[in-house]
Each structure stands twice: as C-alpha cells, then as structure tokens.
Design a protein around this ligand. Structure first.
Ligand code: HEM
Ligand code: ZN
Length: 183
C-alpha cells in the first residue's frame, strides 16, 4: 500500500485523537522510526494493524473504520491530485471513470501501485452498479470513497452492498443510488 494512503490515515487519526495517539499506534504497528512517504510502498498488514487499533480506540468495527477512513481519504487524494478530480463534471462521471481514467493516471504517477479492479456502469439516471475486486478486499474503503466523492459534488448517495467478497463471492457488487439536489 502506498504511503499516500497511510498519510491519509495519519491525518485522520491526528485530527480526531491527537499526535500522541498516532505515535502510540505507530510504535505498536510499524518498525521503529517509520515515516510514510507518499510515493513509497509499505506492507498491507501495517495499515490493517493500524486500522484495527483505530477501531479498538474508537469502539468502532473494522468495516466502520474503513468506511470512515475511505470518506476522509477522498478529500486527502483530492488535495494531492486536484487536476485528476477536477477533470470530472459530475459524481456519475467520476464514478464511471475510476478504473479507466483515475487509477490509470495513478498508475502513471506511482511506481507499481496495488489497485483494485472496478467496473461501474450507469444502469439508469440515478443508479450505478459497481463491481469491485481486489486481493486486499477493501470494499468498505471503496464505499467510504464513494461517499467522499458524493459529498464533493453535493450529491446524496445511498449504497447497497448486494454481494461481498467477505462472504465468499469472487467480487463485491455495490448498488449506488444518487440524487442531485435541485434536479
Ligand atoms: C487505492 C477505490 C478514487 C488514487 C484504492 C483502493 C480502493 C480505491 C478501494 C484500495 C486498494 C484496493 O482496494 O485494492 C477508489 C474509489 C474512488 C477512488 C471507489 C472514487 C470514488 C481515487 C482518486 C485517486 C485515487 C480520486 C487519486 C487521484 C488511489 C491510490 C491508491 C488507491 C494512490 C493506492 C494504491 C496503492 O496503495 O498502491 N482506490 N478510488 N483513487 N487509489 Fe483509488
Ligand atoms: Zn464487499
């Protein structure tokens, strides 16, 4: 997992729980002296360990933490890559472009990133069907990112996780119902 994602979690923890809390989490879950550099890669287990401890500290479940983190992560990625996010005119436009445009750009900017496979299709106005597949099974993080994108466009989104890799399916199916305020 790229440092940019860890930096997002770091910013969230520092904002919610303070610097001392983050230092404690790091000490427990990372080698001594760890500093996350956005473009570098770090072991996936490290972010899982950190997220698990955040869950314990905030009395949240792991899926809840990943979802909250994903939502926060969207703003973090937007701040880091404004040109990519600004190139889409609408929520739907961005969502259907994740795999073929956004993550393609990401793959040019970062060395060997570990990206999910995402296929998103507009079924009808206000309804997108997304299929998510990744060895890392971070579908709750994907849900959070979708909510983050909806907030960015002032769109009200409702998600239904119709099937999930965590239940043994080979991919997750996320139904996205969205409504743009004022028509
Ligand atoms: C990784 C989904 C938008 C950059 C990921 C991951 C997910 C995801 C779930 C975790 C890896 C995995 O599941 O295997 C999404 C969704 C998006 C979105 C649903 C929109 C709603 C963006 C944007 C950017 C971005 C706007 C940057 C401009 C990245 C980067 C990684 C990543 C840098 C980490 C790759 C690595 O660690 O090697 N994305 N993404 N994503 N995404 Fe996205
Ligand atoms: Zn899932």
């Amino acid at each position: 997992m790229k440092g940019v994602i860890f930096r997002g979690l770091e910013a969230l923890v520092i904002e919610k729980c303070g610097m001392a809390a983050w230092d404690d989490l790091l000490e427990k879950n990372a080698p001594e002296g760890r500093v996350y550099i956005s473009a570098e890669s770090y072991p996936d287990e490290e972010i899982v360990g950190l997220a698990q401890d955040v869950a314990t500290a905030l009395s949240m479940s792991m899926p809840e933490v990943l979802k909250a983190f994903g939502e926060y992560l969207f703003s973090h990625l937007k701040a880091r890559h404004p040109a990519i996010v600004d190139s889409f005119n609408s929520f739907a436009d961005l969502i259907i472009s994740i795999d073929k445009v956004i993550h393609v750009e990401v793959a040019k900017l970062y060395h060997e990133p570990n990206l999910p496979e995402i296929d998103a299709q507009i079924i009808e106005d206000g309804f997108i069907l997304m299929r998510y597949n990744s060895k890392r099974q971070l579908c709750m993080c994907a849900e959070g990112l979708i909510f983050g994108a909806a907030a960015h466009y002032g769109v009200d989104a409702k998600l239904n996780h119709a099937q999930c890799m965590h239940d043994g399916f080979d991919s997750c199916l996320i139904e996205i119902k969205y409504e743009t305020p004022h028509g």
